[in-house]
Design a binder for this molecule. Structure first.
Ligand code: ADP
Ligand code: SF4
Length: 689
């Protein structure tokens, strides 16, 4: 197919200083939880994006000098020449299919606690380190000699980046993370010398570094400056109006302005709270202040919205981090006129949890993310079919849908059986909860793709028993039958059911999603700690309930710290009038009230309640699998070679865990049994005498 001419503008080349991007698809720097520890995995992930047609591809933030690092978070490092081969591998992979390779140089200043190097942090002004973890560490202020050193360190890092083969350098001054923002903002710059006070003075350091770096490498490399569009902090923050003043004063300073939204949680706003193109107002008009190109982000997945950004004169490049993770082939699909094949980001921020938990990132929509090198998984190509030919997938939740689609792509004849009358599993109802509609894309994408394949068939109203499965005689059976929420309160606080006296009505998330809602005063007890408790509290309030949110943690929805949503969730619940009881468990339920206990002292408090909603843990729905296992001696006669249990039915988890399980099942079917061997590649540290 040919691309639609209305998207031609997205494919016009554009210069960034001395280099030229082949199109307007610009993968802005983004973390991946792998960084220097998983450098080959990160390099291959970027290489796949090059294949996918991106015009510009950046690394994640790269710690450019050992005096500033952000342990425990794992990014890249460029501390001496020995790091060059690692970043050169990334540059190579990025450029393989014609993208410009960019490196983001970060000096973290007030954001770097230096827990690993044990160096005293250096910052614009002497203050406590500002990061997620309130480290009990303060930075000392850079003196003039330090500033000279820092300018030289930037030049050294730029030279090393050039040696490694990069085309672009991004100087990081956004999200509160980079030293350029720390100089520009009066929140972090309290200096009274020529680097503090007026905007002219606060901008001195960035002018100096751009000039130094340009002298060193500017003949062949483009320089970009990444700034926050809005730092909201009292009246001191580097606000949108000051950003505009700064750009107007320094029109042509960098070769490109890379404008990120405010803090990271603004810039990577989840779909629950932020729409596509959410920064439109903040960025509108900035282009007219400069002759240099402008890139901005906004979880862009729709080519029409992208075109609007360019045609309205708002942006020159479409910046994407999450959309490029969910679909590394987004540009190729636009180019080939395959818009409906774009696997759109759902804005769940699971990818960010890989960085926040220092593990390795995953993506709900793209289970191959960060497995391109570790497991050799390609987001668009499946491995060839194995020895068997047919598979029955039972259950059409995220796990079953991903398994069926990937099996069908491998060439198996696939039957998909669903007890209900529509596909979607847990998402059929979860997507109808407040703020979660975009999550339905997980199912919509797979349903549409399956519909295009002639070797996959879906059967509804088919709640299968073991008898039926054995009768059908598919060679492979994949059981993806999901899970259900427990009503007895067993989770983390309670490992036995909660004491219940009288007839206090108890509801689970499954009840609420099915439309069985309590009325009056409701105690919502959340021992799950992810999104469900907060979302249901919103649902209850909008249905007229008075909600007391009881949680044995110091935060509402505390795991959402990792998805950058926690503050917004807690603020929203407070604003909606939810009464929040932190660090309290649910000790006992009585007829018209419950007893909550302090998690530290066990002191009890009574709360009146007409009903209790328990968001605790889930029970795997594995009865079909267990029934089939019990009849293993009948499999051969029935023609069954394998029966597997995947997704929530195996072990309940977030949706990303289910799509990963489905994909893995499909990849590994008919594969060699690797037994005790490690199922992925990894880096091994080089030992030095
Ligand atoms: P996961 O997140 O692992 O994909 P879900 O709970 O989202 O799991 O989906 C499980 C799906 O399996 C549900 O749609 C459910 O109706 C379906 N299901 C459960 N048991 C059976 C069965 N015996 N036969 C067919 N479908 C089933
Ligand atoms: Fe988008 Fe979620 Fe994938 Fe991140 S994990 S890229 S937010 S779908």
């Amino acid at each position: 197919m040919k691309r639609d001419p209305r998207y031609d503008i997205l494919f016009e080349p554009m210069a960034i200083g001395p280099v030229t991007a082949k199109n307007r698809f610009y993968q802005v720097p983004h973390c991946n939880g792998g960084g220097y520890r998983d450098a080959s995995a990160a390099a291959e992930m970027r290489g796949i994006k090059s294949q996918g047609g991106w015009g510009v591809i950046f690394t994640e933030q790269c710690e450019m000098h050992h005096t500033s690092e952000i342990t425990p978070f794992i990014e890249l490092r460029l501390w001496d020449d020995r790091d060059i081969p690692m970043i050169a591998k990334m540059a190579d992979r990025m450029k393989e299919h014609g993208a410009l390779a960019g490196i983001q140089l970060a000096y973290s200043g007030i954001n770097g606690p230096n827990l690993y190097t044990k160096e005293v942090p250096l910052a614009v002004s002497a203050m406590p380190i500002r990061t997620f973890t309130n480290d009990p560490v303060q930075a000392r202020a850079l003196d003039r000699a330090d500033i000279k050193d820092l300018r030289r360190w930037f030049v050294n890092a730029a030279k090393r980046s050039k040696m490694a083969g990069f085309d672009l350098i991004c100087l990081y001054g956004a999200h509160g993370f980079g030293i350029f923002q720390h100089f520009l903002s009066r929140v972090t710059n309290h200096r009274t010398d020529e680097y503090g006070g007026s905007l002219e003075n606060r901008a001195r350091f960035v002018r100096e570094v751009v000039s130094d770096v340009r002298d060193a490498v500017g003949d062949t490399m483009g320089l970009t400056l990444r700034l926050s569009l809005e730092e909201a902090f009292d009246d001191l923050g580097f606000a949108n109006s000051e950003v505009r003043d700064f750009i107007e004063m320094h029109k042509d300073l960098p070769d490109l302005w890379d404008l990120a939204h405010g803090a990271w949680e603004d810039c990577s706003g989840p779909s629950r709270f932020k729409e596509e193109a959410a920064q439109f107002d903040l960025v509108t008009g900035i282009k007219s202040l400069t002759s240099k190109p402008v890139v901005g982000v906004g979880r862009f997945t729709s080519p029409d919205v992208m075109v609007k950004q360019l045609k309205s004169g708002t942006l020159d490049f479409i910046g994407c981090a999450r959309p490029s993770i969910a679909d590394p082939f987004l540009p190729k699909k636009v180019e080939e006129g395959r818009i409906e094949d774009i696997r759109e980001c759902i804005g769940c921020n699971i990818c960010i949890t890989g960085d926040m938990t220092m593990s390795i990132s995953r993506c709900t929509q793209n289970p191959t993310f960060m497995e391109e090198w570790r497991k050799g998984w390609h987001p668009e190509q499946m491995n060839a079919k194995g020895a068997s030919s047919s598979a029955l997938v039972v259950g059409t939740g995220p796990a079953g849908m991903e398994a069926a689609l990937s099996l069908a792509k491998r060439g198996y004849d696939v039957a998909l059986a669903e007890a209900k009358t529509e596909v979607g599993g847990r998402l059929t109802l979860e997507r109808k909860l407040p703020g979660l509609s975009a999550w339905g894309r997980v199912i919509d994408y797979r349903e549409y793709q399956l519909g295009k394949l002639s070797n996959a068939e879906t059967y509804f109203d088919s709640e299968l028993s073991a008898d039926q499965v054995l009768e059908f005689g598919f060679e492979n059976v994949c059981v993806a039958t999901g899970s259900s929420w427990r009503a007895d309160g067993v989770s983390r606080q309670h490992v036995r059911p909660i004491e219940r006296h009288g007839d206090m009505p108890v509801f689970t998330p499954d009840d609420l999603m099915a439309g069985r809602l309590p009325t009056g005063k409701v105690v919502l007890y959340d021992d799950d700690h992810y999104y469900m408790g907060g979302v249901l509290a919103e649902l209850l309030v909008s249905n007229g309930c008075a909600v007391s949110f009881v949680v044995p943690s110091a935060y509402v929805s505390d795991w959402t710290i990792n998805t950058l949503e926690q503050e917004t969730i807690q603020r929203r619940l407070l604003e909606m009038g939810v009464e929040i009881h932190l660090n309290r468990g649910l000790a006992k339920m009585e007829a018209q009230s419950v007893l909550t206990n302090c998690t530290y002292t066990d002191q009890l408090t009574r709360l009146d309640a007409d009903a209790v909603v328990i968001v605790g843990s889930r029970l795997p729905e594995d009865r079909l699998y267990q029934a089939l296992k019990a009849r293993e001696d009948e499999w051969a006669d029935a023609g069954v070679r394998s029966v597997s249990l995947i997704g929530d039915a195996n072990a309940p988890g977030p949706i990303a865990w289910a799509t990963y399980a489905g994909h893995r099942y499909a990849r590994e079917l008919d594969g060699e049994n690797i037994g005790d061997a490690l199922p992925f590649k990894r880096e091994i540290a080089e030992l030095i005498d």
